[in-house]
Ligand binder design. Sequence first.
Ligand code: PMP
Length: 382
Amino acid sequence: MLDINNKLQEIKDNNLYREIRYLSKPQDKITVIDGKKVLLMSSNNYLGLCNNNKVKQASIDAINKYGLGSGGSRLTTGSYDLHKELEEKIAKFKNCEGALIFNNGYMANLGVISAICDEEYYIFSDELNHASIIDGCKLSKGKIVIYKHNDVNDLKEKVKANKFKKGIIVTDSVFSMDGDIANIPEIVKIAKEYNLLTLVDDAHATGVIGKLGKGSSEYFNCDIDITVGTLSKAIGSEGGFVCGNKNVIDFLKNRSRSFIFSTALSPVVISGAISSFDIIQNDNSLILKLQNNIEYLCRGLRLIGYEVDSKSPIIPIMIGEEDKALKFSKSLLDEGIYIPAIRYPTVKKGYAILRITVMATHDYEDLDFVINKINEVKNKTM
Ligand code: PMP
Protein backbone atom coordinates (compact mmCIF):
# COMPACT_ATOMS: atom_id res chain seq x y z
CA MET A 1 0.00 0.00 0.00
CA LEU A 2 2.92 2.35 0.68
CA ASP A 3 3.55 2.70 -3.05
CA ILE A 4 -0.05 3.70 -3.74
CA ASN A 5 -0.06 6.12 -0.79
CA ASN A 6 3.10 7.76 -2.11
CA LYS A 7 1.71 8.04 -5.61
CA LEU A 8 -1.49 9.60 -4.32
CA GLN A 9 0.47 12.10 -2.22
CA GLU A 10 2.52 13.06 -5.28
CA ILE A 11 -0.69 13.78 -7.21
CA LYS A 12 -1.87 16.02 -4.36
CA ASP A 13 1.49 17.78 -4.02
CA ASN A 14 1.38 18.70 -7.72
CA ASN A 15 -2.14 20.19 -7.63
CA LEU A 16 -3.30 17.32 -9.82
CA TYR A 17 -5.69 15.71 -7.37
CA ARG A 18 -9.22 15.41 -8.74
CA GLU A 19 -12.48 15.13 -6.94
CA ILE A 20 -15.76 13.92 -8.33
CA ARG A 21 -18.49 16.55 -8.32
CA TYR A 22 -22.04 15.31 -7.91
CA LEU A 23 -25.08 16.72 -9.71
CA SER A 24 -28.44 16.51 -8.01
CA LYS A 25 -30.53 18.07 -10.82
CA PRO A 26 -30.72 17.32 -14.55
CA GLN A 27 -27.81 18.06 -16.85
CA ASP A 28 -29.29 21.36 -17.96
CA LYS A 29 -27.93 24.89 -18.19
CA ILE A 30 -28.89 25.51 -14.57
CA THR A 31 -28.08 22.56 -12.38
CA VAL A 32 -27.05 21.79 -8.81
CA ILE A 33 -23.47 20.63 -8.21
CA ASP A 34 -22.40 19.60 -4.70
CA GLY A 35 -25.52 21.33 -3.39
CA LYS A 36 -24.83 24.64 -5.19
CA LYS A 37 -27.01 26.06 -7.95
CA VAL A 38 -24.77 26.86 -10.93
CA LEU A 39 -24.80 27.90 -14.56
CA LEU A 40 -23.33 24.84 -16.25
CA MET A 41 -20.58 25.72 -18.76
CA SER A 42 -18.88 22.34 -18.91
CA SER A 43 -21.38 19.85 -20.25
CA ASN A 44 -21.10 17.86 -23.47
CA ASN A 45 -24.90 17.77 -23.63
CA TYR A 46 -24.46 20.29 -26.45
CA LEU A 47 -28.04 20.32 -27.75
CA GLY A 48 -29.75 19.86 -24.40
CA LEU A 49 -31.21 16.57 -25.62
CA CYS A 50 -30.49 14.53 -22.50
CA ASN A 51 -33.20 16.52 -20.78
CA ASN A 52 -35.56 16.87 -23.74
CA ASN A 53 -39.16 15.85 -23.03
CA LYS A 54 -39.61 13.79 -26.21
CA VAL A 55 -36.33 11.97 -25.61
CA LYS A 56 -37.20 11.26 -21.99
CA GLN A 57 -40.65 9.97 -23.01
CA ALA A 58 -39.08 7.62 -25.58
CA SER A 59 -36.89 6.14 -22.83
CA ILE A 60 -39.84 5.81 -20.46
CA ASP A 61 -41.82 4.00 -23.17
CA ALA A 62 -38.86 1.69 -23.78
CA ILE A 63 -38.50 0.75 -20.14
CA ASN A 64 -42.20 -0.07 -20.02
CA LYS A 65 -41.99 -2.20 -23.15
CA TYR A 66 -38.58 -3.89 -22.72
CA GLY A 67 -37.51 -3.50 -19.08
CA LEU A 68 -34.17 -2.19 -17.91
CA GLY A 69 -31.16 -4.29 -18.91
CA SER A 70 -30.50 -5.91 -22.27
CA GLY A 71 -29.61 -9.24 -20.66
CA GLY A 72 -26.86 -10.35 -23.01
CA SER A 73 -24.13 -9.40 -25.45
CA ARG A 74 -25.12 -8.33 -28.95
CA LEU A 75 -24.26 -11.69 -30.55
CA THR A 76 -26.12 -13.74 -27.95
CA THR A 77 -29.46 -12.47 -26.67
CA GLY A 78 -28.86 -8.74 -26.08
CA SER A 79 -29.84 -7.34 -29.51
CA TYR A 80 -33.31 -5.82 -29.70
CA ASP A 81 -35.15 -4.49 -32.72
CA LEU A 82 -34.28 -1.07 -31.27
CA HIS A 83 -30.53 -1.67 -31.73
CA LYS A 84 -31.10 -2.38 -35.42
CA GLU A 85 -33.33 0.67 -35.80
CA LEU A 86 -30.70 2.92 -34.21
CA GLU A 87 -27.89 1.46 -36.32
CA GLU A 88 -29.90 2.11 -39.48
CA LYS A 89 -30.63 5.65 -38.34
CA ILE A 90 -26.99 6.40 -37.59
CA ALA A 91 -25.87 4.97 -40.95
CA LYS A 92 -28.42 7.14 -42.75
CA PHE A 93 -27.47 10.24 -40.75
CA LYS A 94 -23.80 9.70 -41.51
CA ASN A 95 -24.40 8.68 -45.16
CA CYS A 96 -22.68 5.32 -44.65
CA GLU A 97 -23.63 1.77 -45.64
CA GLY A 98 -23.71 0.60 -42.05
CA ALA A 99 -23.19 1.37 -38.40
CA LEU A 100 -22.45 -0.67 -35.31
CA ILE A 101 -23.27 0.39 -31.76
CA PHE A 102 -20.75 -0.06 -28.96
CA ASN A 103 -21.28 0.55 -25.25
CA ASN A 104 -19.57 3.92 -25.39
CA GLY A 105 -17.22 5.91 -27.58
CA TYR A 106 -14.24 4.66 -25.60
CA MET A 107 -15.10 1.04 -26.37
CA ALA A 108 -15.79 1.91 -30.00
CA ASN A 109 -12.28 3.31 -30.49
CA LEU A 110 -10.70 0.44 -28.60
CA GLY A 111 -12.74 -2.11 -30.52
CA VAL A 112 -12.29 -0.77 -34.03
CA ILE A 113 -8.56 0.07 -33.92
CA SER A 114 -7.52 -3.15 -32.19
CA ALA A 115 -9.65 -5.28 -34.51
CA ILE A 116 -8.35 -3.75 -37.74
CA CYS A 117 -4.69 -3.06 -37.02
CA ASP A 118 -2.70 -6.28 -37.16
CA GLU A 119 1.12 -6.44 -37.02
CA GLU A 120 1.45 -5.31 -40.62
CA TYR A 121 -0.26 -1.95 -39.94
CA TYR A 122 1.35 1.42 -39.41
CA ILE A 123 -0.97 3.69 -37.42
CA PHE A 124 -0.40 7.42 -37.92
CA SER A 125 -2.00 9.13 -34.94
CA ASP A 126 -2.30 12.84 -33.98
CA GLU A 127 -0.43 13.62 -30.75
CA LEU A 128 -3.57 15.14 -29.17
CA ASN A 129 -5.94 12.31 -30.04
CA HIS A 130 -8.37 11.23 -27.35
CA ALA A 131 -7.21 8.70 -24.75
CA SER A 132 -9.51 6.04 -26.21
CA ILE A 133 -7.70 6.29 -29.56
CA ILE A 134 -4.34 6.12 -27.81
CA ASP A 135 -5.46 3.08 -25.85
CA GLY A 136 -6.93 1.45 -28.96
CA CYS A 137 -3.59 1.92 -30.71
CA LYS A 138 -1.72 0.40 -27.75
CA LEU A 139 -4.08 -2.56 -27.69
CA SER A 140 -3.56 -3.21 -31.41
CA LYS A 141 -0.57 -4.99 -32.90
CA GLY A 142 0.20 -2.12 -35.28
CA LYS A 143 3.24 0.15 -35.19
CA ILE A 144 2.25 3.55 -33.80
CA VAL A 145 3.67 6.70 -35.37
CA ILE A 146 2.66 9.95 -33.66
CA TYR A 147 2.54 13.12 -35.76
CA LYS A 148 2.50 16.70 -34.49
CA HIS A 149 -0.91 18.06 -33.61
CA ASN A 150 -2.95 18.82 -36.73
CA ASP A 151 0.28 19.22 -38.71
CA VAL A 152 -0.33 17.68 -42.14
CA ASN A 153 3.24 18.42 -43.25
CA ASP A 154 4.60 16.40 -40.35
CA LEU A 155 2.07 13.67 -41.10
CA LYS A 156 3.16 13.51 -44.73
CA GLU A 157 6.85 13.45 -43.77
CA LYS A 158 6.20 10.56 -41.41
CA VAL A 159 4.12 8.65 -43.94
CA LYS A 160 6.86 9.10 -46.54
CA ALA A 161 9.62 8.11 -44.11
CA ASN A 162 8.09 4.73 -43.30
CA LYS A 163 7.78 1.64 -45.43
CA PHE A 164 4.56 -0.19 -44.67
CA LYS A 165 2.28 -2.77 -46.21
CA LYS A 166 -0.90 -1.48 -44.59
CA GLY A 167 -1.57 1.84 -42.95
CA ILE A 168 -4.25 3.98 -41.31
CA ILE A 169 -4.45 7.63 -40.26
CA VAL A 170 -6.39 8.14 -37.05
CA THR A 171 -7.57 11.51 -35.79
CA ASP A 172 -10.19 13.26 -33.70
CA SER A 173 -12.20 15.64 -35.86
CA VAL A 174 -13.02 18.07 -33.04
CA PHE A 175 -10.26 17.76 -30.43
CA SER A 176 -11.76 17.20 -27.03
CA MET A 177 -9.73 19.72 -25.02
CA ASP A 178 -8.62 22.35 -27.54
CA GLY A 179 -11.88 22.32 -29.51
CA ASP A 180 -10.01 22.81 -32.81
CA ILE A 181 -10.87 20.84 -35.93
CA ALA A 182 -8.49 18.51 -37.78
CA ASN A 183 -7.50 19.34 -41.35
CA ILE A 184 -9.45 16.38 -42.65
CA PRO A 185 -9.44 17.29 -46.38
CA GLU A 186 -5.61 17.25 -46.37
CA ILE A 187 -5.56 14.07 -44.30
CA VAL A 188 -7.87 12.38 -46.81
CA LYS A 189 -5.63 13.58 -49.65
CA ILE A 190 -2.53 12.09 -48.03
CA ALA A 191 -4.42 8.88 -47.31
CA LYS A 192 -5.45 8.57 -50.98
CA GLU A 193 -1.94 9.33 -52.23
CA TYR A 194 -0.27 6.75 -49.99
CA ASN A 195 -3.06 4.18 -49.91
CA LEU A 196 -3.96 4.49 -46.24
CA LEU A 197 -7.29 4.09 -44.49
CA THR A 198 -8.80 7.04 -42.60
CA LEU A 199 -10.46 6.77 -39.21
CA VAL A 200 -12.01 9.91 -37.77
CA ASP A 201 -13.45 10.27 -34.28
CA ASP A 202 -16.55 12.48 -34.53
CA ALA A 203 -17.40 12.31 -30.81
CA HIS A 204 -17.61 16.10 -30.47
CA ALA A 205 -18.68 16.67 -34.09
CA THR A 206 -21.84 14.60 -34.39
CA GLY A 207 -24.87 16.85 -33.95
CA VAL A 208 -22.47 19.78 -33.79
CA ILE A 209 -20.56 20.70 -36.97
CA GLY A 210 -22.02 21.06 -40.44
CA LYS A 211 -25.33 22.88 -41.08
CA LEU A 212 -27.19 19.61 -40.47
CA GLY A 213 -24.89 18.50 -37.66
CA LYS A 214 -23.73 15.40 -39.51
CA GLY A 215 -20.13 15.93 -38.45
CA SER A 216 -16.85 16.13 -40.29
CA SER A 217 -17.84 14.52 -43.59
CA GLU A 218 -20.60 17.14 -44.01
CA TYR A 219 -18.48 20.01 -42.67
CA PHE A 220 -15.66 19.28 -45.12
CA ASN A 221 -17.68 17.50 -47.80
CA CYS A 222 -15.20 14.65 -47.97
CA ASP A 223 -15.11 10.86 -47.79
CA ILE A 224 -13.82 9.18 -44.66
CA ASP A 225 -13.43 5.39 -44.53
CA ILE A 226 -14.40 4.83 -40.91
CA THR A 227 -16.11 7.25 -38.53
CA VAL A 228 -16.39 6.71 -34.79
CA GLY A 229 -18.87 8.60 -32.66
CA THR A 230 -20.56 8.72 -29.32
CA LEU A 231 -24.20 9.01 -28.30
CA SER A 232 -23.21 10.59 -24.99
CA LYS A 233 -22.56 14.16 -26.10
CA ALA A 234 -24.85 16.06 -28.52
CA ILE A 235 -27.15 13.03 -28.81
CA GLY A 236 -27.78 13.25 -25.06
CA SER A 237 -27.83 9.51 -24.36
CA GLU A 238 -25.12 6.87 -23.92
CA GLY A 239 -23.25 4.57 -26.25
CA GLY A 240 -20.74 4.71 -29.06
CA PHE A 241 -20.81 3.80 -32.74
CA VAL A 242 -18.68 3.04 -35.76
CA CYS A 243 -19.81 3.80 -39.33
CA GLY A 244 -18.36 2.55 -42.56
CA ASN A 245 -19.07 0.31 -45.49
CA LYS A 246 -20.89 -2.98 -45.06
CA ASN A 247 -17.72 -5.08 -44.91
CA VAL A 248 -16.16 -2.92 -42.21
CA ILE A 249 -19.28 -3.35 -40.10
CA ASP A 250 -19.51 -7.10 -40.75
CA PHE A 251 -15.84 -7.52 -39.91
CA LEU A 252 -16.22 -5.63 -36.62
CA LYS A 253 -19.23 -7.72 -35.64
CA ASN A 254 -16.96 -10.74 -35.94
CA ARG A 255 -13.66 -9.46 -34.62
CA SER A 256 -14.14 -6.44 -32.37
CA ARG A 257 -13.63 -7.65 -28.82
CA SER A 258 -15.27 -4.71 -27.01
CA PHE A 259 -18.35 -5.31 -29.18
CA ILE A 260 -18.39 -9.09 -28.79
CA PHE A 261 -17.57 -9.50 -25.10
CA SER A 262 -19.77 -6.92 -23.41
CA THR A 263 -23.46 -6.77 -22.59
CA ALA A 264 -25.49 -4.76 -25.10
CA LEU A 265 -26.70 -1.29 -24.19
CA SER A 266 -30.03 -1.00 -22.45
CA PRO A 267 -33.10 -0.40 -24.65
CA VAL A 268 -33.66 2.68 -22.45
CA VAL A 269 -30.65 4.55 -23.80
CA ILE A 270 -31.07 3.18 -27.32
CA SER A 271 -34.63 4.41 -27.53
CA GLY A 272 -33.66 7.85 -26.22
CA ALA A 273 -30.91 8.06 -28.85
CA ILE A 274 -33.35 7.13 -31.64
CA SER A 275 -35.60 9.95 -30.51
CA SER A 276 -32.66 12.40 -30.48
CA PHE A 277 -31.72 11.51 -34.06
CA ASP A 278 -35.35 11.96 -35.11
CA ILE A 279 -35.36 15.43 -33.56
CA ILE A 280 -32.17 16.64 -35.24
CA GLN A 281 -32.98 15.03 -38.57
CA ASN A 282 -36.35 16.74 -38.77
CA ASP A 283 -35.22 20.15 -37.62
CA ASN A 284 -31.71 21.62 -37.44
CA SER A 285 -32.67 24.65 -35.34
CA LEU A 286 -30.94 23.38 -32.19
CA ILE A 287 -27.74 22.86 -34.19
CA LEU A 288 -27.92 26.37 -35.64
CA LYS A 289 -28.63 27.81 -32.18
CA LEU A 290 -25.57 26.01 -30.82
CA GLN A 291 -23.39 27.31 -33.65
CA ASN A 292 -24.68 30.84 -33.06
CA ASN A 293 -23.92 30.58 -29.33
CA ILE A 294 -20.37 29.45 -30.08
CA GLU A 295 -19.80 32.52 -32.25
CA TYR A 296 -21.37 34.84 -29.69
CA LEU A 297 -19.31 33.56 -26.77
CA CYS A 298 -16.04 33.60 -28.72
CA ARG A 299 -16.69 37.19 -29.82
CA GLY A 300 -17.39 38.24 -26.20
CA LEU A 301 -14.27 36.49 -24.89
CA ARG A 302 -12.15 38.18 -27.55
CA LEU A 303 -13.46 41.55 -26.37
CA ILE A 304 -12.04 40.84 -22.90
CA GLY A 305 -8.67 39.80 -24.27
CA TYR A 306 -8.78 36.07 -24.96
CA GLU A 307 -7.73 34.89 -28.41
CA VAL A 308 -10.42 32.31 -29.01
CA ASP A 309 -11.96 31.40 -32.33
CA SER A 310 -13.53 28.01 -31.86
CA LYS A 311 -15.86 26.47 -34.43
CA SER A 312 -16.86 23.83 -31.91
CA PRO A 313 -18.61 24.18 -28.53
CA ILE A 314 -15.30 23.55 -26.74
CA ILE A 315 -13.63 26.85 -25.94
CA PRO A 316 -10.42 26.52 -23.95
CA ILE A 317 -8.87 29.38 -22.01
CA MET A 318 -5.16 28.77 -21.53
CA ILE A 319 -4.01 29.33 -17.94
CA GLY A 320 -0.82 27.26 -17.63
CA GLU A 321 -0.05 26.62 -13.98
CA GLU A 322 -2.30 24.08 -12.31
CA ASP A 323 -2.87 26.04 -9.08
CA LYS A 324 -3.84 29.19 -11.01
CA ALA A 325 -6.37 27.24 -13.08
CA LEU A 326 -7.83 25.73 -9.92
CA LYS A 327 -8.12 29.14 -8.28
CA PHE A 328 -9.77 30.64 -11.35
CA SER A 329 -12.27 27.80 -11.56
CA LYS A 330 -13.04 28.02 -7.84
CA SER A 331 -13.64 31.81 -8.04
CA LEU A 332 -16.06 31.27 -10.92
CA LEU A 333 -17.85 28.60 -8.93
CA ASP A 334 -18.22 31.08 -6.07
CA GLU A 335 -19.91 33.38 -8.62
CA GLY A 336 -22.26 30.57 -9.67
CA ILE A 337 -20.58 29.34 -12.88
CA TYR A 338 -19.11 25.89 -13.30
CA ILE A 339 -16.10 25.78 -15.63
CA PRO A 340 -13.61 23.07 -14.65
CA ALA A 341 -9.83 23.43 -14.56
CA ILE A 342 -8.45 20.73 -16.84
CA ARG A 343 -5.04 19.45 -15.80
CA TYR A 344 -2.59 16.63 -16.41
CA PRO A 345 -3.03 13.85 -17.50
CA THR A 346 -5.85 15.24 -19.68
CA VAL A 347 -3.52 18.01 -20.90
CA LYS A 348 0.27 18.35 -20.61
CA LYS A 349 1.78 19.37 -17.24
CA GLY A 350 1.98 23.16 -16.96
CA TYR A 351 -0.70 23.60 -19.67
CA ALA A 352 -3.81 23.69 -17.50
CA ILE A 353 -6.88 25.21 -19.13
CA LEU A 354 -10.36 26.33 -18.25
CA ARG A 355 -12.52 24.27 -20.59
CA ILE A 356 -15.70 26.11 -21.41
CA THR A 357 -18.43 24.32 -23.32
CA VAL A 358 -21.50 25.97 -24.79
CA MET A 359 -24.93 24.44 -25.24
CA ALA A 360 -27.88 25.29 -27.47
CA THR A 361 -29.91 25.85 -24.31
CA HIS A 362 -27.82 28.85 -23.20
CA ASP A 363 -29.15 32.26 -24.13
CA TYR A 364 -27.33 35.56 -24.65
CA GLU A 365 -27.99 36.62 -21.08
CA ASP A 366 -26.20 33.49 -19.78
CA LEU A 367 -23.27 34.04 -22.10
CA ASP A 368 -22.97 37.74 -21.17
CA PHE A 369 -22.97 36.74 -17.50
CA VAL A 370 -20.13 34.28 -18.17
CA ILE A 371 -18.08 36.84 -20.12
CA ASN A 372 -18.50 39.49 -17.40
CA LYS A 373 -17.65 37.13 -14.55
CA ILE A 374 -14.57 35.75 -16.33
CA ASN A 375 -13.41 39.32 -16.87
CA GLU A 376 -13.95 40.21 -13.20
CA VAL A 377 -12.19 37.10 -11.91
CA LYS A 378 -9.31 37.56 -14.37
CA ASN A 379 -8.75 41.13 -13.18
CA LYS A 380 -8.93 40.10 -9.53
CA THR A 381 -6.83 36.95 -9.55
CA MET A 382 -4.43 36.94 -12.49
N1 PMP B 1 -13.60 10.31 -28.33
C1 PMP B 1 -13.49 11.57 -27.90
C2 PMP B 1 -12.83 12.57 -28.81
C3 PMP B 1 -14.02 11.95 -26.67
O1 PMP B 1 -13.90 13.20 -26.24
C4 PMP B 1 -14.66 10.98 -25.87
C5 PMP B 1 -15.30 11.32 -24.53
N2 PMP B 1 -14.72 12.24 -23.77
C6 PMP B 1 -14.73 9.68 -26.34
C7 PMP B 1 -14.20 9.37 -27.57
C8 PMP B 1 -15.36 8.60 -25.52
O2 PMP B 1 -16.74 8.66 -25.63
P1 PMP B 1 -17.65 8.07 -24.46
O3 PMP B 1 -17.76 9.10 -23.42
O4 PMP B 1 -18.93 7.74 -25.12
O5 PMP B 1 -16.93 6.85 -23.94
